[in-house]
Design a protein around this ligand. Structure first.
Ligand code: 5GP
Length: 217
């Protein structure tokens, strides 16, 4: 390949939107964050939320924490690509950051509930890939939520109840991973990402590359 062809190889790719959903406690956040940290071409969409920060969470790292009037003003200003109410709190995906990431040739991972995944997949169906993470058992899910020790018993119970509603939507997803073992589940997620990344339509440099290849021969 000549230098002329190496540039499109690096730059003309079409960003992929990886939408990852699961009930709370199934390991979605750890899996997602590891995939983003292992892939320089991928960035995490940081949502805004009206829920309170949990111990250890930082403004702008896990979420942008805003109050309800502030969130409602952001909705009115068209700030969000999608937003939804989950367990009494509002969550939304800021549009500008996602657009900037796509313009910069990055893929974007969304840690998002089924309502948000549905909205984004409908708006950008060719660019969206939906992955659902399931726990290996209900007992395991409950154990993981308790082990986090970040929430009260009442909050844990409402998150478990909400998890049932989330799981009910698993059939709308392109891929489903049962997170029995973190390394195995991570390998599966990583392979899904790599395979989806190799689809011809996501590599807009390919026609020119193939043309050059044939011209050389
Ligand atoms: P948590 O409070 O545990 O961080 O998140 C609760 C749920 O909200 C999770 O299922 C999470 O994926 C989802 N969520 C986080 N950010 C967004 C968002 O921007 N939009 C939507 N629709 N859901 C989100």
């Amino acid at each position: 390949m000549t230098d002329d062809h190496s540039k499109p190889w690096e730059t003309t790719r079409r960003g992929l939107l990886l939408l990852v959903s699961s009930p709370a406690g199934a390991g979605k956040t750890s899996l997602s964050r590891r995939l983003v940290s292992d892939n320089a071409d991928m960035t995490l969409s940081i949502s805004a939320t009206t829920r309170d920060p949990r111990p250890g969470e930082e403004e702008g790292r896990e979420y942008f924490f805003v109050d309800r009037p502030g969130f409602e003003a952001m909705i009115a200003q068209g700030h969000f690509l999608e937003w939804a109410e989950v367990n009494g709190n509002l969550y939304g995906t800021p549009k500008a950051a996602v657009m900037a990431a796509l313009d910069a040739g990055k893929d974007v991972l969304f840690d998002i509930d089924w309502q948000g995944a549905k909205q984004i997949a409908e708006a950008a169906s060719a660019d969206s890939v939906r992955v659902f993470i399931l726990p290996p058992s209900w007992e395991d899910l409950s154990r993981r939520l308790h082990a986090r020790a970040q929430d009260s018993e009442a909050v844990i119970n409402s998150r478990l109840l909400l998890g049932k509603d989330e799981i009910a939507h698993w059939g709308a997803y392109d891929y489903v991973i049962v997170n029995k073992n973190f390394d195995r589940a991570y390998a599966d997620l990583s392979h899904i990402y790599r395979a989806e990344r190799l689809k011809p339509g996501r590599n807009t440099w390919l026609p020119e590359f193939v043309e050059g290849l044939l011209a050389e021969g």
